[in-house]
Design a protein. Structure first.
Length: 240
């Protein structure tokens, strides 16, 4: 029977590429989205991948949503915590609201996504937790105190989960994408984006499929000894 994979924020951007790549690799995939019904509908029509709507920042909605996915598709073996937002502003202009929105979605959202599937993974002695962090969690970024804090937090989450899950056959790893050609990056002021791209030795933005490839690798049955690690995919922009 096909393994079941859940991808949060899985109908657009990097998440869309991840959902499609997992489906092509033989997984039964469920993709979540927060608000854009039209994009989700189009995505399901084009890919045949089921979508589910809930806010990852809310624990009860996440838990209920995950129960529904498991009722429909079976126990979740692979969870990809990908959903994320930006609310960029220099620190002196950042509002408490901008801080909390990003923390609630990007960081607490990872807890809310992984916590409900964790007991089942422990019982079944298999699980793959993959968290989409960011280059900016590794190096920080002007205008992203909130976002960088969450993405650095992701690395602490997977390193701790890796130690807790290892004996139960569960791995937890992070991927740190650099600047990828998605709506999120294209929404940046053009001048800022151009200056960032100028600093990428590869001379280009990354493609969502290049991140999806890392996810499929980490999700594999034969990736069980890769645990608590970070895959960096950033065109050599920042080397750790
Ligand atoms: N380093 C140093 N100074 C910088 C700077 C930088 N990287 N970027 C801007 N500045 C300076 C400007 O030169 C300007 O200086 P002056 O006032 O002396 O002219 C000043 O900061 C701009 O200040 P403002 O008060 O005008 O800033 P703003 O309110 O317009 O906000 C910003 C600017 C929104 C933070 C903008 O700089 C920005 O969007 N930065 C990019 C943030 C970024 O990289 N976001 C990534 C989004 S994609 C993503 O997050 C995905 C991923 O994982 C990679």
């Amino acid at each position: 029977m096909a393994r079941v994979a859940l991808v949060t924020g899985g109908s657009r951007g990097i998440g869309e590429a991840i959902s499609k790549a997992l489906k092509s690799a033989g997984y039964e995939v469920a993709a979540t989205y927060a608000g854009n019904d039209e994009a989700a509908k189009k995505f399901t029509e084009e890919t045949g991948i089921k979508t589910y709507k809930w806010n990852v920042a809310d624990y009860d909605s996440s838990k209920a949503g995950i129960e529904q996915v498991e009722a429909d598709l079976g126990p979740i073996d692979v969870v990809v915590a990908n959903a994320g937002i930006t609310r960029d502003a220099p620190f002196h202009k950042m509002t408490p609201e901008q801080w909390h929105q990003v923390i609630d979605t990007n960081l607490t959202g990872v807890f809310n996504t992984v916590h409900p599937v964790w007991p089942g993974m422990r019982e079944r002695k298999f699980g793959r937790v993959i968290v989409i962090s960011s280059i900016n969690g590794q190096k920080g970024q002007f205008g992203q105190v909130n976002y960088a804090a969450t993405k650095a937090g992701d690395l602490g989450i997977v390193k701790s989960l890796a130690q807790e899950g290892a004996r139960a056959g569960i791995t937890a790893n992070a991927i740190c994408p650099g600047y990828i050609a998605t709506e999120m990056v294209m929404a940046m002021p053009e001048k800022v984006r151009e200056s960032i791209v100028g600093g990428i030795p590869a001379g280009r933005l990354g493609e969502p499929e290049e991140i999806a490839r890392c996810v499929v690798f980490l999700a594999g049955e034969d990736a069980g000894f890769i645990n608590g690690s970070t895959i960096t995919a950033n065109g050599a922009q920042h080397l750790v």
